[in-house]
Design a protein around this ligand. Structure first.
Ligand SMILES: Cc1cc2nc3c(=O)[nH]c(=O)nc-3n(C[C@H](O)[C@H](O)[C@H](O)COP(=O)(O)O)c2cc1C
Length: 148
């Protein structure tokens, strides 16, 4: 069974909800899914036993990685994830932060690119909480990752 791990950071719940939507979809598609909250200290080895590696993050500050993901973000480029597939989902606010919309997600995509993992789907950028059309996008994202 394909093993999916989703590491998420959420301050006010939008990304937590997005991670739950992704989890449900991956399960519906027959994958074995584990969802990990960055508040619970994500180990740098977290993706070692995963086939599909997902980071879902909001953006903090002015285009910053959330505090509870900063250490993991700094370590990520050093980790060898070759042979695995990755995908990134971000939530941000383009009205308030037009020049840094979903910057943390963009930065995670760049970090993942250095791990040797293959990008399985375009990074999804969601305006605050997921709405119906975002759920459609998230389902397509999950399916694309499973296809590799
Ligand atoms: C202090 C603060 C700073 C933020 N900075 C950014 C930012 O730079 N870029 C962006 O796209 N969104 C930014 N946002 C918006 C959040 O990323 C967005 O509301 C997101 O949906 C929050 O996700 P969460 O509910 O999972 O915490 C910021 C929000 C707050 C409260």
């Amino acid at each position: 069974m394909t093993v999916v791990k989703i590491v998420f950071s959420s301050a006010t719940g939008n990304i937590e909800m997005i991670s739950e939507i992704l989890e449900e979809e991956f399960v519906a598609l027959g994958a074995d899914v584990e969802v990990l909250d960055a508040d619970d200290d994500v180990d740098e080895d977290v993706f070692e036993d995963a086939d599909i590696c997902v980071v879902a993050t909001y953006t903090d500050g002015d285009g910053e990685i959330p505090f509870n993901l900063q250490e993991f973000y700094e370590e990520l480029p050093e980790i060898d994830l070759s042979g695995k597939v990755f995908g990134v989902v971000g939530s941000g606010d383009s009205d308030l932060y037009p020049d840094a919309f979903c910057q943390a997600a963009i930065d995670f995509e760049t970090a993942f690119a250095e791990t040797g993992a293959t990008k399985g789907a375009d990074t999804v950028k969601i305006e605050n909480a997921a709405e119906d059309e975002d759920i459609v996008t998230l389902k397509a994202f999950a399916a694309a990752l499973l296809e590799g």
